[in-house]
Design a protein around this ligand. Structure first.
Ligand code: HSE
Length: 319
């Protein structure tokens, strides 16, 4: 058994506009989970949190990473040993950037690695679904890159695709939290046939556009959504103006990031991505909402495991 396991998990942006609950993209902004065997008499706190959520996240059995770890030990029928769980969080909480999915995947992969990988990938994803019901964040957090993911009767089906390399992601993150539950409470219980067809068409064309050689300029129109964004708009002051500012600054596509409140955009270069980020930020700032924009890269690898004291990178830790 290793005495130490460290896992790095990417942020993710779900939906990408029309791909509500099925599309997600992994972003190069990472949380880390480290498990260390506690020696007898070690009285340091068993759960330590640094970075995002250091002031607010629980350090007891309510902690999501802790719960994910326990799920793995329970599923395998092993008592969990005394562990120190150290979390280094860089993904802002409750902003639509997949922080809960990263916490869940971090805990699952770390515990599974600790035990010598008894659980395969479908088993891990099913456990993950039980803790965080959104496969469009869970799958990119685990696998990286652009993913199509859906769950049905407790099982996840997914495809990982390679996103074209000439688009730069940028997110504008306002300084208020929005829970996914309250953002989902805004949604209608049914959608018209016309809006459904509109979204399915856009989502499929968008996928082709994000993975093929077509013109980037076409993406803007293809990221339009009629299933969730219009209903969530009232929860994010200035959302329509932020979209308009991003477009004016040259964004190749704009969407609400996951359930919000962050706004996600694609740009054709890092320079344009910086302009888009600051244009979006200005609109929030005009409404008195502090925010920060981040130009990021697409994460291609998903969850990575570092083992032992050398922290040498090994594979993603699942079969
Ligand atoms: N697809 C989910 C939603 C993502 O939009 O509610 C939650 O992060």
């Amino acid at each position: 058994m290793p005495r130490r396991v460290r896992v790095r998990v990417p942020a993710s942006t779900a939906n990408l506009g029309p791909g509500f609950d099925v599309l997600g993209l992994a972003l190069a902004l990472y949380n880390e989970v480290e498990l260390v065997a506690l020696s007898l008499g070690d009285s340091s706190p068993a759960i330590q949190v640094e970075g995002e959520g250091a002031e607010t996240l629980p350090r007891d059995e309510r902690n999501v990473v802790y719960r994910a770890i326990q799920r793995v030990f329970d599923a395998v029928g092993q008592p969990s040993p005394p562990l120190r769980i150290s979390l280094l969080n860089r993904i802002p909480l409750a902003r639509g950037l997949g922080s809960s999915a990263a916490a869940v995947i971090g805990g699952l992969v770390a515990a599974n690695t600790w035990l010598g990988r008894p659980l395969d990938e479908p088993a891990l994803l099913s456990l993950g679904l039980g803790l965080e019901g959104h496969p469009d964040n869970l799958v990119p957090a685990l696998k990286g890159d652009l993913c199509i993911a859906r769950s049905y009767q407790g099982k996840v089906r997914y495809r990982k695709l390679t996103m074209r390399r000439d688009l730069v992601p940028v997110v504008c993150i306002p300084n208020f939290e929005l829970s996914t539950a309250s953002a989902r409470a805004q949604l209608p219980s049914s959608i018209s046939l016309e809006d459904t067809v509109f979204n399915v068409g856009n989502a499929l064309l968008l996928l082709a556009g994000l993975t093929g050689p077509g013109k980037r300029e076409k993406l803007l129109e293809l990221m339009e959504d009629r299933v969730h964004q219009p209903y969530r708009q009232s929860l994010i002051p200035g959302m329509a103006d932020v979209f308009a500012a991003a477009t004016k600054a040259g964004a190749a596509g704009v969407a609400l990031s996951g359930a919000g409140p962050s706004i996600f955009a694609f740009a054709a270069s890092r320079r344009v991505a910086h302009s888009v980020g600051s244009a979006m930020g200005k609109v929030f700032a005009q409404r008195g909402i502090k925010n920060h924009a981040r130009v990021l890269a697409v994460d291609r690898a998903g969850a990575r495991v570092f083992k032992g004291s050398s922290f040498k990178a090994v594979s993603a830790g699942v079969r």
